[in-house]
Design a binder for this molecule. Sequence first.
Ligand code: ATP
Ligand code: MG
Length: 578
Amino acid sequence: MRPEMTATLWSRTEPSPQQREKLRAFLDQRYGPTALEWVRDEGLKGGFRLQVGEDIYDWSLEGRLRQFQEKLRDLNPGREGIIPLIRETIETWDPAAAPQETGTVLTVGDEIATVSALKNVRYGEILLFPGGIKGMVQDLRRESVGCVLFGSSQEIRAGDTVRRSGKTAGMPVGDAFLGRVVDALGQPIDGKGDIRASDYRPIEAPAPGILDRQPVDTPMETGLLAVDAMFPIGRGQRELIIGDRQTGKTAIALDTILNQKGKGVLCVYVAIGQKSSSVAQLVGNLFRRGAMDYTVVVNAPASAPASLQYIAPYAATALGEHFMYQGKDVLIVYDDLSKHAIAYRALSLLLERSPGREAYPGDVFYLHSRLLERSAHLSDALGGGSMTALPIVETQAGDVSAYIPTNVISITDGQLFLESGLFFSGQRPAVNVGLSVSRVGGDAQTKAMKSSAGALRLDLAQYREMEVFTQFSSDLDDVTKRQLTYGQGLMRLLRQPQYHPLSQHRQVITLTAALSHLLQDIPAKEMKDAQMALLAFAEAQDPALCQRIDETGKLPPEDKEAILALTRRFLAERKAGA
Ligand code: ATP
Ligand code: MG
């Protein structure tokens, strides 16, 4: 019978007849009749290398060392020692059990490589290129696979050998990441030394199923009156922050992180396609305000390859999941997903996928849905942890009906719509009350907030309507005038400087006083000062009440009366003082 295959054997010295016999038996058993040819390779120090078709069996000294090295790298320091690993490696090493499939680089450029002849490779698998560069399979074709590189494509040449790793992309995770700044591969970039990871998680993981979840019922307080009172966010919810550039999107997310201090929530902030200087500024802010203790920052700057910008949010989510599955509450900020989609579009076009609407590939919806679905409030059986997502999307000229904005709006549980007009008129945070929504709603508010914020949205809606209606009329009756000043006063109260989150009792006191029309006669200009003075007055006069609101989250009628009485006293003293 004529042999169908040819096997090539490389070694420094010619194999002995016994060795040949053994090899032949192995080849016959695995591949059927195979011709064996021997090539001298002076480069091999010991052992030999055997190639049959696309399978490579590496029995060389270098190969064994490399495999050992890889095992060492994956070694989990907490769980196993090094001695058992060495013993296991020596005793159980069986190269015949795992042929290494290899391919050849066909073309390379722009951080993309096409590789031939990897029959069994899977989508998302990591390929190993010479020089330690890794790539991820993103495109499977009959003749070749397309692969995005996590390093410079300059060091790779056409014809280079590529090995399969058998693994999908993963991210080292662990508590040691808190307080650190890392890149999309989990490598520290803050110059503070290595991070001892306690585990390794795939960056792409299936989202928890329906039975693994429970309803969102605990507030994730942002500390911003405009958000907590009208668009409350719950732990496990996904709330989109959307608006034009420079409208305070990052500021809302940052304030929310700062407001988690002492609340047991761990935060992950992932910067995608931003200037490293802005990220450095943000990290500096987090440090100065003591928020880095419970925060991890993942940075894939605009200067990083598109492939790293593409995987950054998934890697950050893996970090968040590590905490969530320990039963902890996590807040994750994706800043921003528009730039993420743009990085993915660049990759897809370079991989020669056909462009669709706005030149994005057809699966751009799935890009973000599979990411945001991983945020959840887990069932008690799974530990009851949660991951709240605040994705950020940038719009052009307020156009929320563009492709990416509509996609992400439909995936999330609500959006905070920020408007340049409001922002520049000084109304900051520039939340548009009419277009924003939180679909989880009152379930994510404490009783105290719910009862005190009740009428706010409605009153503001009435005010806006009346404002438009009365724009051109000069003489207004007194009732209308009063309504307008009342509305203006409310809008003033919703203004809040950056880095000044309000605690629950401060929000409750403000709302209770304002919505009962007690602050009606304070001129709009003086409103913010009056609010701060009132809060200081209440905290000095009745600290027990403030503490009770914060601790119980309830506002029984007698406490509401107490707030109203305090407000009246404050107003009387204010009047007497003036
Ligand atoms: P970009 O599109 O560049 O990412 P952005 O929408 O994230 O911008 P920010 O960077 O958060 O906007 O804010 C823009 C500027 O407005 C910053 O200088 C910030 O300090 C300021 N700012 C944001 N919120 C407030 C606020 N509530 N009060 C005062 N200044 C604010
Ligand atoms: Mg920003």
